[in-house]
Design a protein around this ligand. Structure first.
Ligand SMILES: NC(=O)c1ccc[n+]([C@@H]2O[C@H](COP(=O)([O-])OP(=O)(O)OC[C@H]3O[C@@H](n4cnc5c(N)ncnc54)[C@H](O)[C@@H]3O)[C@@H](O)[C@H]2O)c1
Length: 404
């Protein structure tokens, strides 16, 4: 039996996928209200296909609890933030979860950490727990997750995976568990390599996004069309520049590169620059809003609307979203509660002046800042005609639309 610890955006789909493919699974989360929701037959976030998978997993016998189970295999999928001062990983959640496991697990159990961790975390923070708890019999492994919200279930099945372990035997045993649903290649390696590989992947994305964002700033400074330039440059056989945007959010790309900055100061220079560029984008968008308002003589900030609160399209995850960063910045200037805000995926009240329908949002605004490319707005773009539009995602082709 596998006990999946942490039933958030990553742990829940993993637990369900395992259960739906014949593995006996108990899902554990220390948040009682989350467990109550799952027990009552409801999923805890929106993701295509999740409800169907949930039903399959429940039919196959998955159960949910706040308690840790006594079993031979644990998969730990708890948050791994960075410390805002040192920029190093803050391992408190993963240390706490593994400590609880070590207090109850039987001899020879395996603890698989799925959470993304900085290279060396397992040796520095988790391996010493084995000695501390007198549990040198327990095996550690690392199986970092690569899936993207919005396409999670497809990617769980089809992505390649990496599994790091101390011995080929442990790695092969964990591979067999994931192979119950994973059709991609499962690469077996050591723990340190698996840790570094995952962080390197997300850092690669961050740096490439930063390049596009920096180009947007350069082109804006000199009146050039960054999208046209990227479109033409990408016709080169070895060039593939990403699209600029309002910033980077979520629990991965805006977090993991900091681990390298924190652990390798003086060496992680491009990585640090990329983080700073991407973190500067919400402020850059606000400056664009101000300059457009000045140009058009618009004075009333309460007629400005931010479309989208999530960090990417068609998901309900708002963690570190560019829109929230913009609202925080405006709050620091005492005008955070002036703009109108709407996101079809956020149905609860989260920020001031939040609308719960596109109709009411559009009625309240003259200037729409498109911050997230949800399908809803792509399908209703014609309804923005007559508005002033700042399109930070390059999704609107209405005449007169302002771009980044
Ligand atoms: N969200 C993503 O897109 C994504 C993608 C790939 C990898 N990851 C990585 O996966 C890990 C988990 O991220 P997430 O987005 O699922 O986080 P999350 O915040 O959505 O979920 C974590 C869950 O763990 C629970 N939890 C925390 N400590 C616990 C403990 N000691 N015992 C039991 N439950 C505990 C929390 O209540 C929460 O429900 C992170 O390391 C993240 O970097 C996330």
């Amino acid at each position: 039996m596998v006990n999946v610890i942490g039933l958030g955006y990553i742990g829940l789909p993993t637990a369900l996928m395992l259960a739906a493919h014949g593995v006996e699974v108990v899902g554990t989360d220390y948040n009682p209200s989350l467990v109550d929701t799952l027990r009552s037959g409801r999923t805890t976030f929106q993701e295509e296909g999740l409800e169907e998978l949930f039903a399959q997993a429940v039919a196959a016998g998955i159960t949910f609890t706040t308690e840790y189970c006594v079993t031979d295999t644990y998969i730990v999928s708890v948050p791994t933030p960075y410390d805002p001062d040192s920029k190093k990983i803050d391992p408190k959640y993963v240390v706490s979860a593994v400590s609880t496991v070590l207090g109850i697990c039987p001899k020879g159990a395996t603890v698989v950490v799925e959470s993304t961790v900085s290279p060396g975390t397992m040796d520095k923070f988790l391996r010493p727990l084995l000695a501390q708890f007198g549990r040198e019999d327990v095996q550690l492994a690392h199986a970092p997750e690569r899936i993207i919200p919005g396409n999670m279930l497809y990617e769980l099945r089809c992505n390649n995976r990496t599994i790091g372990a101390d011995s080929p035997e442990v790695a092969a045993r964990i591979r067999d568990i994931y192979a119950s649903f994973c059709q991609g290649e499962i690469v077996l390696t050591d723990i340190r390599t698996a840790e570094m590989t995952k962080v390197v992947e997300n850092t690669f994305r961050d740096i490439n996004i930063a390049y596009a964002n920096e180009l947007a700033k350069i082109c804006r400074a000199d009146g050039m069309d960054v999208y046209e330039i990227i479109r033409i440059a990408n016709k080169h056989p070895r060039v593939n520049i990403l699209q600029p945007g309002p910033g980077v959010g979520g629990h991965c790309i805006s977090v993991d590169p900091w681990f390298l900055v924190g652990d390798y100061p003086g060496l992680a220079n491009i990585i640090l620059a990329a983080r700073k560029i991407n973190d500067s984008m919400p402020e850059f968008v606000l400056e664009r809003v101000h300059s457009i308002m000045r140009e058009l003589g618009m004075k009333d900030v309460s007629r400005v609307g931010f479309y989208g609160l999530t960090y990417k399209e068609n998901v309900d995850d708002v963690r570190s979203s560019p829109t929230l960063q913009m609202l925080e910045s405006m709050e620091r200037h005492l005008c955070g509660d002036l703009v109108q805000v709407y996101d079809p995926y956020i149905t609860y009240d989260m920020v001031a002046n939040q609308h719960h329908s596109l109709d009411s949002f559009l009625e309240a605004v003259d200037l729409v800042v498109l911050l997230v490319g949800h399908d809803e707005i792509r399908q209703n773009m014609h309804r923005l005609s007559g508005k002033v539009i700042l399109d930070t995602r390059n999704i609107c082709s209405l005449p007169g639309t302002y771009k980044l």
